[in-house]
Write a protein that binds this ligand. Sequence first.
Ligand code: NDP
Length: 300
Amino acid sequence: SAKAAVIDGKAVAAEITAKVAVETGRLIEAGGLAPGLAVVLVGDDAASQVYVGAKGRKASELGFHSVQHTLPLSTSEAEVLAIVEQLNRDPAIHGILVQLPLPRHIDTSKVIEAIDPAKDVDGFHPINVGRLAIGERDRALVSCTPAGCLLLVKRVLGDDLAGKDALVIGRSNIVGKPMAQLLLQESCTVTVAHSRSRDLPELARKADIIVAAVGRPEMVRGDWVKPGAVIIDVGMNRIPAPERGEGKTRLVGDVAYDEAAAVASAITPVPGGVGPMTIAMLMANTLTAACRAAGKPEPK
Ligand code: NDP
């Protein structure tokens, strides 16, 4: 008896990337360079290879200059830093993305901090994290997944989120924390829950907006959800699906979808919700970085 509206992240992402393609054309016509995105991948992690491939393809599709540095697992930290430095100096490159996780012998913080903050399209550099935290979002580059989640919330609730009670479940640097900062910036009353939080169901029942970024399959139950709440499910969890055949799996979110959809007013599906937004926001960030580098107004 699902009654919630399904938030079609795939469709919203397609709208955003179509707009990025148009704005890219305008930037080039106005004498700017095509946005340049460099993706650095170290090692042979299968999931990372898939992500990096998808990012490169999307960038090319949008008329970006797209380069990929694929380095063997044995690459030293110094070699990765040297590539980052070279990309920092390259005027054709506006966005640098180092695919995480990096192999254990490489200090992730050191690599992230080596990226020119103006080219940090993942929004992980402490300068960008700090700008977001002090309310200077306009000068920052913001982490792609939470930026995409906020857009989806606004699709449902409109631009004015002031006074809404928002619960973010998860406090990672990549999703939970920047999500909380963005919602705070929108004047929501933000609660950030994590593994040590007490009585999560009770916190959830008070929330007008729930963003779940935990990594636990179907943890958020229907009876945690306040009637009419908006639910953004960031989780991507692969679980066994014997009903599909032996050894088969399926992807589920952090929210028990059918239960929650019976109570919420709107909910993102998994897959097809937040996932496609992440890559769209990466493209938007790269365009923003290119516009700033060219001294041109950035598309809103
Ligand atoms: P992390 O593992 O870095 O963070 C998980 C967070 O959940 C932590 O803050 C942890 O708390 C909290 N947590 C764990 N167990 C519980 C619990 N029982 N109750 C409440 N909180 C809990 O994950 P990420 O933030 O990187 O990712 C979260 C999920 O989102 C994953 O499923 C990931 O695959 C997905 N993801 C999807 C993306 C997309 O594009 N759609 C992009 C990025 C991630 P504590 O800090 O106390 O350990």
